[in-house]
Design a protein around this ligand. Structure first.
Ligand code: AGP
Length: 609
């Protein structure tokens, strides 16, 4: 989604803004722009397309000024174009703003401001905010912004400059994230932490409905109603900027796939005390399971797939009813929620608009909310009652990999911790499962090493196909969903996941000579059922890839390729099965020469509904 940057200090702002935008590229965008305060007024350049176009244009402008704001835009209102790109200005070129989010009442405001004589030049909702601030502007930018935001409906993060008050940026946050980086006689502004990790590790994370008045030597944070927040907490971020760089890998996605053994270790290490799972740091009571009679899991995309896997797991291991639903559906129906419901929201970014809305809905209805998120201080982390941090480190590629494995592993921990609380469970079983969890980092490392070369070969064939099917049963079906999403997201090859037994109820009609079918067979209890379905597609000429546990016996004739998973209990083996699927998506997209880290039309953090 859109990205915001800002700089105010002694240095030339333009290169710092451009470097911040580069770091935010991963969020996905279709145009970009910057504006810098100069002696003669605010100078602005904006371009449709990738950042290299903006860099070229900015170089010609010879920017010279120490205060500026910048933006990468992911189009919502109005197509991607130079004109619709941010920053936007009012009719007098006095107010210049960049904005993330959506202003829902922009039509009414536009009509009102047009009647007042303001001229609109773009199709965006953002321009309305520039004109509205201008309408209220007398001689104090903060007052004007404060009045304007009280009239804006929707979600927004904005950075605002005025030509008449040089060396001042006002930043506001409502629902869409914004952070202020603290430097020495210089300060930074960004929608996401990686933008300025090269410059500072010291931040103010703006809360919802807060605004910051930023000068080069002073930052003051206020509420939307104008009260100074004198005790605003500073946050030290312990990622270094190298963690957010590619470290020699061709793409962030490949780097992040390879980081999975490490990131699994980070997740587990803080939650294992004397060989036992301990989730007290997340606020979970020793007997949390007894407080609830049902669980709802709500999330989007890959995070939803982790929750779908967890439904099978938690119901089976804890015997508690679990519903799982995509957040954009959940939020617009009347889910049956009460005080005995545990809502688990899952989100890498912690800022996904639909997931936040679902969280608020269930919370209002009395549910206790547990978040699984990778982002400290994110909206989801702050609004949830309890949080399990995924500890996966920064995930930059739009396609989620290491966050997914940590989501699944976090659900495994939750399931084992829940098992411990059940009276009729053999404590040896809990011990065994905990020991299996501890093996995950090393087994995932082996999985990468063992499968990578094989997958590269398979990808050569898959890159030439236009339809690929993924099948599985039980938790393997949820892995199939994730494998298919990964492949289509970055290679743009059509991929579809099906519960293996359901294929013959319609979709089998599409299976013919040479169509690849990936069969997930990590569930040994129902392997024979899965294998019958594999034989059905083979009989129609499909090219089959089987992913199953080593030592499993099957009719080799029906299988063109096989990837073996190291031996592990069948509840947890799925986590290892996802690794070859991630690699398959990656290498197929690489051969297809696609923009792997920033696939078309997609964004890392989906902050609009
Ligand atoms: C993952 O590869 C996708 N890019 C996407 O489905 C993502 O998982 C989804 O948008 C949810 O994001 P979140 O985890 O940040 O909430």
């Amino acid at each position: 989604m859109c990205g915001i940057v800002g700089y105010i200090g002694e240095q030339n702002a333009a290169p710092i803004l451009l470097s911040g935008l580069k770091k935010l590229e991963y969020r996905g965008y279709d145009s970009a722009g910057i504006a810098v305060q100069e002696e003669s007024g605010i100078k602005l350049v904006k371009k449709e397309g990738k950042l290299n176009k903006l860099n070229e244009a900015a170089e010609k402008e010879l920017f010279n000024g120490g205060t500026g704001i910048g933006h990468t835009r992911w189009a919502t209102h109005g197509r991607p174009s130079d004109l619709n790109s941010h920053p936007h200005a009012d009719s007098f070129s006095n107010i210049v703003i960049v904005h993330n989010g959506i202003i829902e009442n922009f039509r009414e405001l536009k009509d009102k401001l047009s009647a007042e004589g303001q001229d609109f030049v773009s199709e965006t909702d953002t321009e309305v905010a520039a004109h509205l601030i201008s309408y209220y502007y007398k001689d104090d930018l903060k007052n004007a912004v404060q009045k304007a935001v009280s009239e804006l409906e929707g979600s927004f993060a904005m950075a605002v400059m005025s030509n008449t008050e040089k060396d001042r940026i006002i930043a506001v946050r409502k629902d869409s994230p914004l952070i202020v980086g603290i430097g020495d006689n210089e300060n930074f502004l960004a929608s996401d932490i990686p933008a300025y990790l090269d410059y500072t590790d010291d931040f103010y994370i703006l809360e919802n409905q807060e605004m910051a008045d930023i000068k080069k030597d002073e930052i003051k944070v206020y509420s939307f109603t104008g009260e100074l927040i004198a005790d605003k907490k500073r946050t030290k971020i312990d990622w270094d900027s190298e963690m957010a760089e590619k470290q020699g890998y061709e793409h962030f996605m490949l780097k992040e796939i390879n980081e999975q053994p490490e990131s699994l270790k980070w997740l587990l290490q803080d939650r294992l005390v004397d060989g036992e799972i301990d989730l007290s740091e997340s606020g979970l009571e020793k007997d949390w399971l007894s407080n609830y009679n049902k669980i709802h899991i709500v999330a989007c995309g890959t995070a939803y797939h982790s929750g779908y896997l967890a439904k099978y797991l938690l119901e089976d291991m804890l015997k508690i009813p679990v519903e799982v639903e995509v957040a954009s559906e959940y939020r617009y129906r009347n889910p049956l929620v009460d005080e005995k419901t545990l809502l688990i929201v899952v989100s890498q970014s912690g800022e996904t608009a639909d997931t936040i809305a679902a969280l608020r809905l269930a919370k209002d209805m009395g549910a206790a909310v547990l978040a699984l998120t990778n982002s400290r201080d994110s909206s989801i982390a702050r609004e949830s009652d309890k949080v399990i941090y995924l500890n996966a480190g920064p995930e930059i590629a739009v396609a989620s990999t290491k966050a997914y494995t940590n989501m699944v592993a976090a659900f495994y921990m939750l399931a084992v911790d829940g098992m411990r609380q059940k009276k009729n469970i053999d404590p040896q079983k809990v011990k065994q499962y905990t020991a299996d969890l501890i093996k995950l980092p090393e087994l995932s490392r082996q999985m990468i090493v063992q499968s990578e070369e094989k997958i590269k070969n398979i990808a050569e064939t898959y890159a030439k196909k236009s339809n690929i099917f993924f099948i599985g049963r039980n938790t393997d079906y949820t892995l199939a969903l994730e494998g298919a999403l990964k492949l289509k997201e970055i290679s743009y090859i059509h991929a579809e996941a099906y519960p293996a037994g359901e294929l013959k109820h319609g979709t089998l009609a599409l299976v013919e000579e040479d169509v690849p079918v990936v069969a997930l067979g990590s569930r040994i209890d129902i392997f024979s059922k899965l294998f019958s379905n594999l034989k059905e597609v083979k009989a129609r000429g499909a090219e089959t890839l089987l992913i199953t546990i080593e030592g499993q016996s099957y009719d080799k004739e029906s299988v063109d390729y096989v990837i073996e998973l190291p031996e592990l209990n069948q509840y947890f083996a799925g986590l290892l099965a996802i690794i070859p699927l991630q690699l398959l998506a990656y290498y197929t997209a690489l051969i297809c020469d696609k923009d792997i880290d920033q696939p078309r039309n997609l964004a890392k953090s989906v902050t609009v509904e």
